[in-house]
Design a protein around this ligand. Structure first.
Ligand code: PEP
Ligand code: MN
Length: 341
């Protein structure tokens, strides 16, 4: 949020659309002290009024009990905890404690680092303070590696959150994951395909003049076109032909998974045999050249099969770890132990 005119214009343009809440960043957690830090307290009233006039509940980010107090005083309808706050259990606890006995929905963004337990821990602190209208927001994770995303999605983390807390609604924030306009649509669609319950997307009347994150703001018309274009699929269907086909495909996957495990067991059994030879010949377990060669050839072969490089590397790191584990077991088994078994 930057001015009263700006929020009024946006709220009016989004009125009557699929939007069901208006967000305004009032206190902005910015990386550098010389960037725009948000308009602060006076913006709360502008936001609330824009919401009332356009029939939209409103939400702000709170990062401190003082923010909570001001937001509650002005009747803000919903709060969210930013990624930079979720990383700090002391602060999360202080905010949660300041909400004890208050009935207000709270959404918790994931921490900037990819750590599911920290995310769940923050959610639990609000639950323990009596907040029952709880939700999570997936906004991607910081990573040192270069990527087309501003914050890499690591979809498996919110998916695991949904598995662990199936009742918790999880929204996706494609603006902060993408960091650039053209990525917002595809990320939003992926979130819908993964059964996310909603989206949080940044909108600005003139992104080129935005005081923060200008590359990830959509104008209202682009935003409305985007949410209209999203395909929201059903979680289940009752078409019998389709269900049979799905079952058949799942059977094939089950069979392939069984084969994969069988192959892995055979691979590890060979690794143990190698371990035994290495032991008899007094050779170290790790041969770096051999490991490099495996990584190189498996990447080549996997890429030809349309598997992603990251996947192949991670897969082989795991396989290699397991193989080393089996070899060390052989190495560490003394002759007497072996006789006992
Ligand atoms: C925001 O939503 O504007 C924001 C600061 O996001 P995050 O906490 O995800 O960085
Ligand atoms: Mn932002």
């Amino acid at each position: 949020m930057e001015s009263v005119e700006q929020i009024n214009e946006i709220a009016a343009k989004l009125k009557g659309s699929k939007v069901n809440m208006l967000r305004g960043g009032i206190w902005k957690p910015r990386t550098r002290p010389d960037s725009f830090q948000g308009i602060g307290e006076e913006g709360l009233q502008w936001l609330k009024t824009a919401g009332i006039e356009n029939n939209l509940p409103v939400t702000v980010e709170v990062a401190h009990p003082r923010h909570v107090e001001q937001a509650l005083k002005l009747g803000i309808d919903c709060l969210w905890i930013g990624a930079r706050t979720t990383v700090n259990p002391f602060l999360v606890q202080e905010i949660a404690t300041s909400l004890d006995g208050v009935d207000i929905p709270v959404f918790v963004k994931n921490p900037i680092n990819p750590e599911l337990e920290l995310w769940i821990g923050a959610i639990e602190r609000f639950y323990n303070a009596g907040i029952r209208k709880l939700g999570a927001i997936h906004r991607g994770f910081s990573s040192y590696e270069k990527s087309k995303y501003r914050n890499v999605p690591n979809w498996q983390i919110p998916i695991e959150l949904k598995r662990r807390l199936p009742e918790l609604p999880v929204l996706c924030d494609p603006s902060h994951i993408g960091g650039s306009r053209e990525l917002i649509g595809p990320i939003a669609q992926t979130a819908m395909d993964l059964s996310f319950e909603g989206l949080m997307i940044e909108v600005h009347p003139d992104p080129s003049k935005a005081l923060s994150d200008k590359n990830q703001q959509l104008i209202p018309a682009e935003f409305l076109a985007l949410i209209e274009s999203l395909v929201v699929r059903k979680k289940s269907v009752d078409d019998v032909i389709f269900l049979n086909l799905l079952e058949e495909l799942r059977d094939r996957i089950d069979k392939i998974d069984e084969d994969i495990l069988q192959f892995m067991a055979e691979r590890m059994s060979i690794a143990r045999e190698i371990g035994q030879y290495k032991k008899e010949n007094n050779m170290t377990i790790l041969q770096v050249e051999r490991w490099n060669e495996i990584l190189r050839t498996r990447q080549l072969s996997g890429l030809q099969k349309d598997l992603s490089r990251d996947f192949i590397i991670q897969l082989y790191e795991k396989i290699h770890d397991e193989s080393i584990y089996h070899q060390t077991q052989v190495m560490n088994t003394s002759e007497t132990q072996k006789q006992k078994h």
